[in-house]
Design a protein around this ligand. Structure first.
Ligand code: FRU
Length: 300
């Protein structure tokens, strides 16, 4: 069976400033170190999946004539033939990682590069979608992502390919409305702690229960939620809840991209058909390894 994965979403340049400070506002701070690398949720997840030995493709919008991006992507061994080249300035995040407590603060500017268009996706993957066993989408650009997910669903039905797994990552609460179709056409939903808190839920378990109860269409969906230092929680289609809590908390020095790494671990494990508890353990293991180190390299 083909185990190839497609990650669809955002690619950006991250300029990361490392500091070690108690107080960050309204003062002058010396940076310990500075690094420029490629980022974006889907790109980080693809990067880690590659490190875990997965055959993975990235579908993101890249800027025409930007050799720096090509170099950075080549550095993490991601090819660009499944990406779209468009005219515009490449998105950019200035990030402060505070090694004193592992927090990351992201100042993001999408600039003027267009987002992925559903019709372009349909054209590009019309012949090749069947090569993938899993399509993972970043929850953003909802109008297009909704069309893309419907296109994948139609493809699955027309080609008897119910085995293609579709997942979506919701990192922050959508600022633009998104329909329930987005939820219900996915097999796996990843929701972050930020998403849960923004929705007014206090615990991951409360969020998982509420999502299952509120959205009729989520009957067949597995929902997974990473809960920072504590561990991770999941709810299966049969509503059975699974949790994995961490015995000894990690010493976090850099949490930038931790959620994206967690998702990579889970996708890797689920693509091997491991049970949900094992998948949560592997997701948390990859995420913890990332938090204890600077950057998202060498996570294999
Ligand atoms: C981390 C990250 C960064 C990027 C930002 C974009 O999860 O993907 O790499 O700058 O979020 O939202």
């Amino acid at each position: 069976m083909n185990n190839k994965i497609l990650c669809v979403g955002f690619c950006t340049i991250d300029v990361i400033n490392y500091v070690n400070e108690e107080k960050l506002e309204d003062c002058k701070i010396d940076i310990i170190d500075e690094r420029k690398c490629i980022g974006g949720n889907a790109t980080n997840t693809a990067n880690v999946l590659k490190q875990l030995g997965v055959d993975v493709d990235l579908c993101a919008v890249l800027a025409n004539n930007d050799p720096e991006i090509e170099e950075l992507l080549a550095g993490i061994k991601l090819k660009t033939d499944t990406c779209f080249y468009r005219h515009g300035t490449f998105p950019f995040s200035t990030i402060v990682v505070n090694e004193a407590n592992g927090t990351r603060t992201i100042f993001h500017h999408s600039r003027n590069l267009p987002e992925i268009q559903a019709k372009d996706f349909e054209t590009k993957f019309a012949e090749t979608l069947g090569n993938y066993s899993w399509v993972h989408l970043e929850g953003r650009n909802y109008k297009n992502v909704e069309k893309i997910i419907k296109f994948i669903d139609n493809f699955k039905k027309a080609n008897n390919r119910g085995d293609i797994t579709v997942s979506i990552q919701f990192e922050f609460t959508p600022t633009t409305p998104c329909s329930e179709d987005l939820f219900k056409l996915a097999n796996i939903l990843f929701i972050s702690k930020e998403f849960v808190i923004a929705k007014g839920w206090e615990t991951a378990i409360e969020a998982l229960n509420e999502m299952k109860e509120r959205f009729e269409g989520l009957k067949n969906t597995t929902i997974i939620c990473a809960w920072g230092k504590e561990g991770a929680y999941g709810i299966e289609p049969n509503s059975k809840k699974i949790e994995w809590t961490i015995g000894s908390p990690v010493k976090a020095v850099d949490t930038l991209g931790a959620g994206d790494c967690f998702i990579a671990g889970i996708i890797w494990a689920m693509n091997q058909k491991l049970n949900l508890l094992k998948c949560l353990q592997i997701g948390v293991f990859v995420e913890s390894g990332k938090c204890e180190q600077i950057g998202v390299s060498n996570l294999n």
